[in-house]
Design a binder for this molecule. Structure first.
Ligand code: FE
Length: 140
């Protein structure tokens, strides 16, 4: 599913071809017991579902995109909610015509490579649901 090497408090992580990025990254965080951190990287996918939070309804609208895409930027953070790994990741991806789409990452399937850096923080950070925004906000 993935391979990695550790450098101090950082990991270089390669998610293997045809794996789903959110699932692989969650499994990696569980294995390495990462309770808070940051993640960034690049890669290529051939299917991706992005979410858009409508502030009016406070509901996520999901949309799936098919076809080969370069992940030009994946960036986000790792925390915990209800004792489980909680990923908050945004992605920008370019399509064959070089135009970009993006959003909050729900899932994406690697087609080629996915190369990430995960920085592990020393401790844990939780989340709580916020009624006003409809978001699971950081809780310190
Ligand atoms: Fe988001």
């Amino acid at each position: 599913m993935y391979q990695y090497r550790k450098f101090g408090n950082k990991y270089v992580l390669s998610i293997e071809n045809h794996n789903e990025i959110s699932a692989a990254l969650t499994a990696f965080c569980e294995e390495r017991r990462i309770h808070s951190g940051a993640v960034y990287g690049i890669g290529a996918v051939n299917e991706a579902t992005f979410r858009f939070l409508d502030p009016g309804t406070k509901k996520y609208v999901d949309k799936t995109f098919n076809g080969q895409m370069e992940i030009t930027c994946l960036t986000g953070n790792i925390s915990e909610k209800d004792g489980k790994v909680y990923l908050h990741i945004h992605v920008t991806a370019s399509r064959e015509d070089y135009a970009c789409i993006g959003g909050h990452l729900l899932c994406a399937t690697v087609n080629g490579a996915c190369e990430l850096v995960v920085e592990q923080f020393d401790g844990s950070v939780g989340r709580r649901f916020d009624e006003e925004t409809g978001l699971n906000l950081y809780e310190f």
